[in-house]
Design a protein around this ligand. Structure first.
Ligand code: ADP
Ligand code: MG
Length: 324
């Protein structure tokens, strides 16, 4: 099978989105969005850096790279509609593996009626997949990191640290893998929080970020962009009960800087908190209050972490130090 036959084999028979005027098959795709703004994001995964063939099947490589992209659209408050895939293929990859990668992407894309509208195919020494995702959002409902305000409630969706725990279990070839099925699934097939983010449209202002590197990183991004202090209570961060059997140090590392849970962290006005809780219930989403937005006297933005009655500064990499 040559490149053209391959492209033909992954091409959708029809497109679900009315915005797709031209998909795969010409020099470029053509989209027509009318009254909503377009969101574009891109994410790359490289073999042995972002995944290992040892722990990840081709299907899950495809699923996760698209999940990471969709999660960025959710974090902007948008709806994903289409995607493009650039794939650099080493000689060692089989056609079956390539098809499985595309199947993994399609499985998740189908959840959101997304269309594959183009891409690029090259050969290389290292398997590398870059996805460009396109979505739409109403212009006054875009969720910027810079929108946190003093007095806001800080919240997260789901539980944190699960994906990192799942990966750890796989890497350390623990016995009794069945016991950790849930964590392994959270690592292999995370579900981006599109439904919840979209249901929040009735709330006029939210700051939002998706947890791809770990909450220590994303909370700092909100704090810096909004120039406020995010005061987070470590004990309040929701953790799955399966984490209890692991050491406190490991759990803290997973929860604060594990990443790839693709949950959302955000802030909302106190007056909208009850509304957010109702939306969470309606969309079957676990939402937890983990702290409060305060003034940052330095004006730069900072994240404070309260834990066991001690307050430290939490930096981007998850490292904590005493307040200066
Ligand atoms: P060109 O040479 O004009 O850049 P290509 O021959 O690379 O075009 O691609 C032909 C069509 O197939 C285009 O619509 C392109 O977007 C699509 N395409 C190419 N590679 C991929 C891929 N890996 N995944 C999805 N679509 C692809
Ligand atoms: Mg061309």
């Amino acid at each position: 099978m040559d490149e053209f036959q391959f492209i033909d084999s992954i091409k959708q028979k029809y497109y679900k989105q009315p915005s797709v005027i031209k998909g795969i098959g010409d020099d470029a795709a053509i989209l027509r969005h009318t009254d909503e703004d377009t969101i574009v994001a891109m994410d790359t995964m490289v073999d042995e850096i972002h995944f290992s063939k040892k722990t990840t099947e081709p299907f899950h490589i495809g699923y996760r790279v698209l999940a990471a992209n969709i999660s960025d659209i959710a974090a902007m408050g948008g709806k994903p509609t289409s995607y493009l895939v650039s794939i650099a293929i080493p000689e060692s990859s089989t056609l079956e593996q390539l098809h499985e990668i595309y199947e993994g992407m399609r499985a998740l894309a189908d959840c959101f009626q997304m269309d594959l509208i183009g891409g690029d195919t090259v050969s290389s020494n290292v398997l590398t997949i870059t996805v460009t995702v396109i979505g739409t959002v109403k212009k006054d409902r875009v969720r910027y990191r810079s929108d946190a305000k003093i007095g806001d409630v800080i919240f997260v969706t789901g539980t944190l640290g699960d994906a990192a725990c799942g990966l750890d279990v796989l890497l350390n070839e623990r016995e009794n893998l069945n016991k950790y099925t849930y964590m392994i699934e959270r690592h292999r097939m995370p579900m981006p929080r599109v439904t919840f983010a979209n249901a929040c449209q009735t709330i006029s202002r939210l700051s939002l970020n998706d947890i791809s590197d770990g909450i220590s990183s994303e909370a700092n991004e909100i704090a810096n962009a909004s120039k406020v202090c995010l005061n987070i209570n470590y004990e309040a961060i929701p953790k799955h009960h399966l984490l209890q059997e692991f050491s406190k140090e490991k759990v803290e590392q997973w929860v604060l800087s594990g990443g790839e849970d693709f949950e959302l962290v955000g802030t909302v006005a106190k007056s909208n908190w009850d509304q957010l809780v109702t939306i969470a219930e309606q969309t079957n989403t676990k939402v937890t209050k983990i702290g409060t937005v305060e003034e940052d006297p330095t004006g730069n933005g900072v994240v404070l972490l309260s834990k066991e009655n001690q307050t430290t500064v939490l930096n981007k990499s998850g490292y904590t130090h005493l307040r200066g």
